[in-house]
Design a binder for this molecule. Structure first.
Ligand code: SAM
Length: 249
């Protein structure tokens, strides 16, 4: 996969995209990530990327020409999703990460100031993504979030093909709780079943915990998750337990 980032702060990505799974995937040639300085696509001596808003008001707006030129030059004759990071975009989810991980190429556009001239969206942008209902100073942290979520899904990136598929959201549920050594910490013991080596029981315990977590924290996900008859029975049991606990309080 190849990802091109168009930004006024290419240096922002130097460390963050050199570390951990993304850094390893880059070194292994699983993903190629290229940063392009938006100012290189300006034509004036001051390398201007912003201007005052038509209609007045506070702040500056990013000009359309540098983004347009950058996307055209970076892509050449190739076609690829061109994603504008914006708080007004589609909310980024694991499902969207999976969909984008299937692409061969992506271009990410990072805005700043009051945002990007509307005509960038109208001419070169194919997708608009928001990483959450809050406003960042610039699109760079959002681009890192999107890239990280995508790259860990690429074959060979995590070194454990099963791992991303078992995680929260991939199964439609939140993941079960994890434990490692020591078996007792601050008086808290690791659940007995995890020490038995009985994989069938462990699997059932994990599924039950995933259902419980999801019911307690994100019941909205249950409507979309693929649930078996046994899952429904477990959910009824968990629901009953929760009611009993509440009554006992
Ligand atoms: N004035 C804009 C508005 O109210 O919608 C916000 C502009 S914000 C200060 C500057 C840039 O940060 C945006 O152009 C976008 O690239 C990025 N950004 C801010 N919040 C974001 C979010 N939640 N998701 C993705 N990008 C975001």
């Amino acid at each position: 996969m190849r990802i091109d980032i168009i930004t006024i702060f290419p240096g922002f990505f130097d460390t963050v995209l050199a570390c951990s799974i993304v850094g390893r995937a880059r070194r292994a040639g699983i993903v190629q990530i290229q940063c392009h300085d938006l100012r290189d696509y300006t034509t004036d001596a001051h390398r201007t990327v912003d201007d005052t808003p038509y209609g007045g008001g506070a702040g500056m707006v990013m000009k359309p020409e540098p983004f347009y030129r950058a996307v055209r030059e970076v892509l050449g004759d190739e076609k690829a999703p061109v994603i504008l990071l914006t708080p007004q975009g589609e909310l980024f989810t694991q499902a969207k990460a999976m969909q984008l991980a299937a692409q061969e190429r992506l271009v990410l556009l990072c805005g700043h100031y009051e945002g990007v001239d509307e005509r960038v969206r109208q001419t070169v942008v194919t997708d608009e993504i928001s990483i959450g209902d809050y406003v960042l100073t610039g699109g760079e942290p959002a681009a890192v979030v999107v890239i990280d979520a995508i790259v860990r899904l690429l074959p060979g990136a995590t070194g454990n093909e099963q791992s991303p598929m078992d995680e929260s959201f991939s199964t439609g549920l939140l993941e079960y709780p994890h434990y490692t050594r020591p078996s007792e910490f601050q008086g808290l013991k690791v659940p007995e079943v995890l020490l038995t080596g009985n994989h069938k029981q462990i699997c059932r315990w994990r599924r039950r915990q995933a259902l419980k977590r999801t019911l307690q924290r994100r019941p909205d996900l249950l409507g979309q998750a693929e649930l078996t008859k046994e899952d429904h029975e477990l959910l009824r049991e968990i629901w009953q337990e929760m009611q009993d606990d509440r009554r006992g309080e």
